[in-house]
Design a protein around this ligand. Structure first.
Ligand code: 6PG
Length: 244
């Protein structure tokens, strides 16, 4: 599936566009399904989006009670640590909208990393069968180095073909991570990267228009089998893309 690249003036415009698109997508899926399974990204880019979704018209326009929330990855730090992706989303969004608590699935950083990954994988296997689509929508970010989730350049996890969740130790951050891997993300009905800022322009051009080299640019391993792939980018991040 060819990636759909949607450039916006700045992060505010990008965040509003994603909020509108997500809202329409939720409504469309819930016309025929009983639930919407949503994976939230960590990092700083989605913070604006999460704060938007907590306010009108999205606060009352989205059927939050039918949404099941997961994470793409988690820094292995206590929940109250400022780096914790779940805490950030809880503070900006989930404390403001009526998603039932038993439908919010934080990655558990109180268990040993490997056990936390195994439990999260078991949760996902409970939600999704062994074939067919997984999540209705996965939101992802891309680091300046081309990483996504916690799949960093050179990581053997980039080529993982069976495990859905892993717990790598990330040398350069001196930290464990809990992360989804490509197989479960690539079975999603839709994946949307959010990338903003001039610091990502060179990497974005390499990821989208360059040769396929996922060991260098792990974001390239996200290629939905049958789902949609969207890139929501701002003008600064997309400045080096051909035809921009
Ligand atoms: C994380 C994220 C990571 C993030 C990118 C982009 O836990 O760090 O999941 O994959 O999406 O690093 O981060 P920014 O949005 O802060 O640039």
């Amino acid at each position: 599936m060819k990636a759909l690249i949607e450039p916006y003036k700045d992060l505010d415009a990008l965040s509003t566009a994603v909020a509108d698109w997500l809202s329409r997508r939720v409504a469309s899926v819930l016309r025929t399904e009983a639930r919407f399974t949503l994976v939230l990204s960590g990092g700083s880019t989605p913070e604006r989006l999460y704060a938007l979704l907590a306010r009108e018209p999205y606060r009352s326009g989205i059927a939050w009670e039918k949404i099941h929330v997961f994470w793409g990855d988690e820094r292995y730090v206590p929940f109250d640590d400022s780096r914790h992706n779940g805490r950030m989303a809880q503070e900006l969004l989930l404390s403001q909208v009526p998603v039932p608590a038993d439908q919010v699935h934080y990655m558990d950083t109180t268990l040993p990393p490997e056990e936390s990954a195994a439990r999260y994988a078991a949760l996902l296997h409970d939600y999704f069968g062994e074939s067919g689509p997984t999540f209705d929508l996965v939101l992802l970010g891309m680091g300046d180095d081309g990483h996504t989730l916690s799949l960093f350049p050179g990581s053997p996890l980039i080529h993982e073909q069976s495990a859905w969740v892993a717990a790598p130790f990330v040398e350069k951050q001196d930290m464990y991570r809990i992360t989804l891997t490509a197989p479960v993300v690539n079975r999603a009905a839709a994946v949307a990267f959010l990338a903003a800022g001039a610091g990502k322009a060179r990497t974005l051009q390499a990821v989208i228009e360059g040769a396929y080299q996922p060991d260098t640019y792990p974001s390239q391993c996200i290629r939905p089998v049958a789902g949609e792939l969207h890139w929501f980018v701002d003008q600064a991040a997309s400045a080096l893309l051909a035809g921009r």
